[in-house]
Design a protein around this ligand. Structure first.
Ligand SMILES: [Zn+2]
Length: 237
């Protein structure tokens, strides 16, 4: 896998995109909720050919970017200050930072209550919150994964090993060696959306592409996957 940043000009607009090379036959363009444009191309695919393809689809790309842009004001950069809202499993909680000797995070009646020795230490708030999210992600993802795996019976080619880490541009991935990776950030999304990402990746254990057969299997396993995907895109944009 290779990541290259490229740019295409459309009038005065510059569209940046990155290319991931994979062992596949077709070229795929994806616009993600974080406004990144990612091209998945066959190995050894010519750079100029990719650029031509991107140029051809530029109107579609702009339409997607515009779609995601409308949700942007909802997620300004977090400052780790009292009153800010943070998501957990699709619900919003208000941040309340308190002074205390026993540091930690608790959810209580719509609040994220962070207790720390120095309540003005924002870096510490960030650390405590991130640790809390990581622990919850490990617990919840494992729980949902087991359920999704059960519903996926009949196609168990391999049972992937579950891994959790922060990823910049994707919610989940399945490696050739059978590791299913979930983005820690997904813990902020509703349960049904997390289940969708897991099921999508599980379908890749049978079909390693986004072919008709892949979507056929996804439809069969999770008939309302499209609704869940849409919800994920809106909530997490
Ligand atoms: Zn996929």
């Amino acid at each position: 896998m290779n990541n290259n940043d490229e740019v295409v000009k459309y009038g005065k607009i510059l569209i940046h995109y990155s290319v991931i090379y994979k062992n596949r036959k077709t070229l795929e363009i994806a616009v993600h909720p974080d406004s990144s444009v990612v091209i998945t191309a066959p190995l050894n695919c010519d750079k100029n050919r990719i650029k031509e393809k991107v140029k051809k689809r530029v109107k579609w790309i702009l339409k997607q970017l515009k779609y995601f842009k409308q949700f942007e004001p909802r997620t300004p950069q977090k400052q780790f200050l009292n009153g800010e809202t943070y998501l957990y499993l699709g619900k919003q909680y208000r941040l309340k930072i308190k002074t205390g000797l026993s540091e930690g995070v608790k959810l209580k009646r719509g609040y994220f209550i962070v207790v720390q020795r120095d309540k003005d230490n924002r870096e510490r708030t960030r650390e405590l919150l991130n640790n809390w999210y990581n622990v919850k992600a490990s617990e919840k993802f494992k729980e949902y994964y087991d359920v999704c795996l059960k519903n996926f019976s009949g196609h168990k080619n391999i049972i992937p090993f579950l891994k959790i880490r922060k990823m910049k541009k994707r919610w989940g991935s399945l490696s050739k060696h059978g590791t299913l990776t979930l983005n820690t950030e997904l813990i902020k999304a509703p349960k049904e959306c997390i289940e969708y990402v897991i099921t999508h990746e599980l379908c890749h254990t049978v079909h390693h592409n986004h072919s008709k057969e892949f979507y056929g299997l996804l439809d069969k396993t999770m008939p309302d996957w499209n609704k869940r995907k849409h919800k994920l895109e809106i909530m997490m944009a």
